[in-house]
Design a protein around this ligand. Structure first.
Ligand code: CTP
Length: 407
């Protein structure tokens, strides 16, 4: 992110304190950050805090530092404008093109991506006026994050909480990385599976794999950020992205049951989980002890259900909507019989899904890493290469391919 210029706008709400965490994340990733609070934001956090965290002076109105024409220069030079929190008042001013302070003037001059993270009480978020303003902003190409649900300022809870700084930073980095966040999954139910399954041996041991769940969680986060209702079936301990419903699963059979249940109302199912093909044929009720009579000489395995194959046949049989887009992943290593891509093409044909994301795995590749690369193969014959990049960039490309396939 080095030398990328980000304007962080801060609205006047209690969540302004969380902007400090966002500024820190962005500066630590190498961005040049200019903080532009509204006058109201300074009731919650002082300018000195923003100046210390960003390393740059802070202004709120267009009459400070007039010779540098800040109200125009900041927006023109920015690679990204992100506003957190975006209050109901700020959304209204932005939607109507007001330019009554430095932040709204900056929004009018910015030609870079703009990301707004709203925070307000549920009633304000749900008010028709705010809905209209959000629709207008989205129509203008501004990305308005859905707010998180949870504890609000007082004792009340609901939709309207500012997403965590790391969740806002994730979308900011995606946009700075050239990724896009169109609002194109609104009204769609997207089911994502993530992480490696755990197949029980006894109450304390399991057979597992190296999947971290990062790719699946990235997909869930970005699908929600593009407007989808997201069900995330995950074995991972990674944080649940905002506006995502997560169900924790362990074994392949648990994952199968939850996937088929969720898929009954799904528009898209993305199978990023690394499902164990085999499980121990018998599970001990008590811990297996060394030297005891039941010390196992070997662990016998039996086949797990192939969940993707079951989804394909459920779609044929009507248990999954006909129009549901099924996306598989192929974790391949390549061998004497073919390259990673050869195996991927064969797997797409064999599995009968609509899209297959093929990536190369190995001890130091993909599993647990922040980077990923591969190919997205479409059953229509379209193939696209995804160069090495963040798992968020790959997730964005997968969602683009899903939307293209559904057209
Ligand atoms: N998958 C599944 N159920 C399984 C195994 C895999 O649904 N029991 C899904 C994975 O979630 C992934 C895709 O199938 O989306 C491919 O997984 P992979 O492990 O690469 O393929 P396998 O089907 O196990 O094929 P092979 O053993 O031939 O590599």
């Amino acid at each position: 992110m080095s030398r990328q210029r980000v304007v962080v706008g801060v609205g006047g709400g209690i969540a302004a304190y969380k902007a400090c965490g966002l500024i820190r994340l962005l500066t630590e990733s190498g961005c040049h950050v200019d903080v532009v609070p509204t006058q109201a934001a300074l009731h919650f956090v002082g300018a000195a805090t923003f100046e210390a965290l960003s390393g740059h002076p802070v202004f709120t109105d267009v009459f400070s530092d007039v010779p540098s024409v800040r109200h125009v220069a900041l927006g023109q030079k920015a690679d990204l404008v992100v506003i957190a929190p975006a209050t109901a008042d700020l959304l209204a001013r932005a939607a109507t093109g007001r330019a009554d302070d430095l932040l709204t003037s900056t929004l009018l001059t910015a030609r870079c991506p703009v990301l707004l993270a709203p925070a307000m009480h549920t009633e304000m978020w749900e008010h028709p006026a705010t809905r209209r303003n959000v629709d207008t902003l989205r129509g203008d190409g501004v990305h308005v994050m859905p707010p998180a649900r949870g504890r609000l300022t007082g004792a009340d809870t609901g939709a309207g909480r500012l997403p965590e700084p790391a969740d806002i930073a994730r979308l900011a980095w995606l946009l700075l990385d050239g990724g896009t966040l169109p609002w194109d999954l609104d009204g769609k139910h997207v089911v994502v599976t993530a992480g490696g399954t755990r197949e029980e041996i006894d109450p304390v041991r399991f057979l597992g794999n190296r999947s971290s769940g990062k790719q699946g969680h990235a997909l869930a986060a970005l699908a929600a950020a593009r407007g989808a209702e997201v069900t995330l079936l995950t074995s991972s301990d990674l944080p649940v992205p905002p506006a995502v419903t997560a169900i924790h699963i362990d074994s392949a059979r648990e994952l199968r049951d939850e996937t088929l249940r969720a898929a009954a109302s799904a528009d898209v199912v993305i199978k990023a989980a690394a499902v164990a093909d085999f499980r121990p044929s018998s599970v001990s009720d008590s811990k297996l002890k060394k030297g005891s009579d039941d010390e196992p000489a070997e662990i016998r395995l039996e086949r797990n259900p192939d969940i993707l194959a079951e989804l394909v046949s459920a779609r044929r049989g009507g248990g999954v909507p006909q129009s549901c887009v099924l996306v598989g992943f192929a974790a391949e290593t390549g061998d004497a019989s073919g390259s990673v891509l050869d195996h991927g093409r064969a797997k797409l044909a064999r599995k009968g899904c609509d899209l297959l994301v093929v990536n190369e795995v190995g001890r130091d590749k993909t599993f647990g890493q922040d980077q990923n690369a591969g190919w997205i193969l479409d059953s229509t014959g379209a193939e696209s290469r995804v160069e090495p990049g963040s798992k968020d960039i790959l997730a964005a490309r997968i969602l683009d391919a899903v939307v293209a396939h559904s057209r």
